[in-house]
Design a protein around this ligand. Structure first.
Ligand code: PMP
Ligand code: GLN
Length: 391
C-alpha cells in the first residue's frame, strides 16, 4: 500500500457510528439530523428525479448550471462581492470534497498549513495526503472566572497564531461556527486572522458548513467579506448541513477564479461531478431561500430557531443530572474510553472531543464529550431517560 495512508487509517465517525449501531444506542454521536429535510426541498428533489432524462445524466463538471447560478446569486449579496457562477464556484461531493480539492490543489510537498484546534478531524489527514505539514494552534478557554464556559470564551491568541507562521505557511484553516464547540468567530477575531494571512501572503480555508446555526444573537461573518480577503479565501459550504440532507452529499467551494481554477483540475480528474438531481434540488432550495431571505419563512431562520430549543432541552437535561455523579465513581482515563463505555453499557452514543485535536494536544482536552442535538425531541427524550435512570 501507499505510505500516504499510514497513520490516517483511524476515523472517529467510522468507529463510533459502527459502535452505536452495534449496541443499538440512542445516537447523539454522529452529527446528522434524524428528522426530514424541509418539504420544499424534498419536493424539489422529487420533481428533479421525475423531470425527464437529463436529470439522470451527467451535468456540467464544476457544478450544475442552475446550482452555480443560484449559489452565486445568493452568496454575492452576503459576501459583498459579485461572485461569478462559472469561475468562482466549484460544486463538490459534500464539503468533504471541497476541502479535499482545496488541499490537493493548493498545498505542495513540505508546505505548512495552520489548523485551529479543535478542528473537524479530516483536515489533518487531508493536509498529510497532500504532502503538507499540519501546524496546530489551539483555541484556549479564557482563564476560569467561576462562570460556566460558553463557546465564545474559547479564544485564539493573536501572538500564538502569529508565532506559527513561517515562510512555508501556505494556508490557515478555520471553522466557524466551530465543530465541535459551536464558537462563532467575531469580526475582530476574523480581522486578526485576516491581517496575519495578508501579512504572510497565506490563504485562508474557511469551513462554514454550519453558517446558519447561530444562536442567542451571534452573527456569522464570512472572512471572505473582509477587505483583501476575497482573493485569498476559500469558503466551504454544505447543502447537507444547510438543508438537513446530509446524505445528498452536495457541497461547494467559493473563491476567486484564480484559485478555483486549480481546484477544478483536481475535481475533473477525480469525481467529475456529484449527483445531478441532488444539485438541481439544492438549486431550487437556494432560489426559494433567496426570495424569503430574512423573513420568518426562511429555513435559515426556522432551523436555528428549532435547534435553539433542542440545545436548551439537552443542556438543561445535562445540567439537571450533573455530569460528576454520572461517572458513578468509575474513573476513565480518557474521553474515548468513556464514550465506548457509555455506548456499550448505557446505550447512549456520543463523540469524544479529543478526536478534534492533534495528537500533541489531545491529552489536554480528553475530559469532554460531544452530544449532538440535531435530533428529534423523541431521541433527546430517550437520551434523557438513560441519563436520569443512571444519575
Ligand atoms: N466540515 C465540518 C465542520 C463538518 O462538520 C462536516 C460534516 N458535516 C463537513 C465539513 C463535511 O460536510 P459534508 O457532509 O457536506 O461533506
Ligand atoms: N460532520 C459530522 C459531525 O460532526 C459527521 C461527519 C461524518 O460522519 N463523517 O458529526
Amino acid at each position: 500500500h501507499a505510505s500516504r495512508t499510514d497513520g490516517v487509517d483511524k476515523n472517529v465517525w467510522v468507529e463510533f457510528t459502527q459502535l452505536a449501531a452495534d449496541y443499538k444506542a440512542v445516537n447523539l454521536g454522529q452529527g446528522f439530523p434524524d428528522f426530514s429535510p424541509p418539504k420544499f426541498i424534498q419536493e424539489a428533489f422529487c420533481k428533479a428525479v421525475s423531470g425527464g432524462p437529463i436529470m439522470h445524466q451527467y451535468t456540467r463538471a464544476f457544478g450544475h448550471p442552475p446550482l452555480v447560478r443560484s449559489l452565486a446569486k445568493f452568496f454575492s449579496r452576503i459576501v459583498g462581492h459579485e461572485i461569478d457562477p462559472l469561475e468562482d464556484i466549484l460544486v463538490t461531493v459534500g464539503a468533504y470534497q471541497a476541502l479535499f480539492c482545496a488541499f490537493q490543489a493548493l498545498v505542495n510537498e513540505g508546505d505548512e498549513v495552520i489548523i485551529v484546534e479543535p478542528f473537524f478531524d479530516c483536515y489533518q489527514p487531508m493536509v498529510k495526503m497532500a504532502g503538507g505539514k499540519a501546524v496546530y494552534v489551539p483555541l484556549r478557554p479564557k482563564a476560569a472566572s467561576g462562570a460556566v464556559l460558553s463557546s465564545g470564551d474559547w479564544v485564539l491568541s493573536a501572538e500564538e497564531l502569529a508565532s506559527k507562521f513561517t515562510p512555508r505557511t501556505k494556508a490557515v484553516v478555520i471553522n466557524t461556527p466551530n465543530n465541535p464547540i459551536g464558537k462563532v468567530y467575531k469580526t475582530e477575531e476574523l480581522q486578526m486572522i485576516a491581517d496575519l494571512c495578508i501579512k504572510h501572503d497565506a490563504l485562508c480555508i474557511s469551513d462554514e458548513v454550519y453558517e446558519w446555526l447561530t444562536y442567542d444573537g451571534a452573527k456569522h461573518v464570512k472572512i471572505a467579506s473582509l477587505p483583501g480577503m476575497w482573493e485569498r479565501t476559500i469558503t466551504v459550504g454544505s447543502a447537507g448541513k444547510t438543508f438537513s440532507a446530509t446524505g445528498w452529499k452536495v457541497g461547494w467551494a467559493i473563491s476567486s477564479g484564480h484559485i478555483v481554477k486549480h481546484m477544478k483540475t483536481i475535481h475533473q480528474n477525480t469525481v467529475y461531478h456529484c449527483a445531478t438531481a441532488a444539485q438541481e434540488a439544492v438549486a431550487q432550495g437556494f432560489e426559494r431561500e433567496y426570495e424569503v431571505f430574512g423573513s420568518p419563512e426562511s429555513y435559515f431562520q426556522q432551523l436555528p430557531a428549532m435547534l435553539h430549543l433542542k440545545r436548551n432541552k439537552l443542556a438543561s437535561c445535562l445540567e439537571s443530572v450533573g455530569l460528576q455523579p454520572i461517572i458513578d465513581g468509575k474513573s476513565f482515563p480518557n474521553d474515548f474510553r468513556f464514550v465506548k463505555w457509555l455506548t456499550k453499557e448505557k446505550g447512549l452514543a456520543t463523540i469524544p472531543v479529543s478526536a478534534f485535536y492533534s495528537p500533541e494536544h489531545s491529552k489536554e482536552f480528553d475530559k469532554y464529550i460531544r452530544f449532538c442535538f440535531v435530533k428529534e425531541d423523541s431521541t433527546l427524550d430517550a437520551a434523557e431517560d438513560i441519563l436520569r435512570k443512571w444519575s
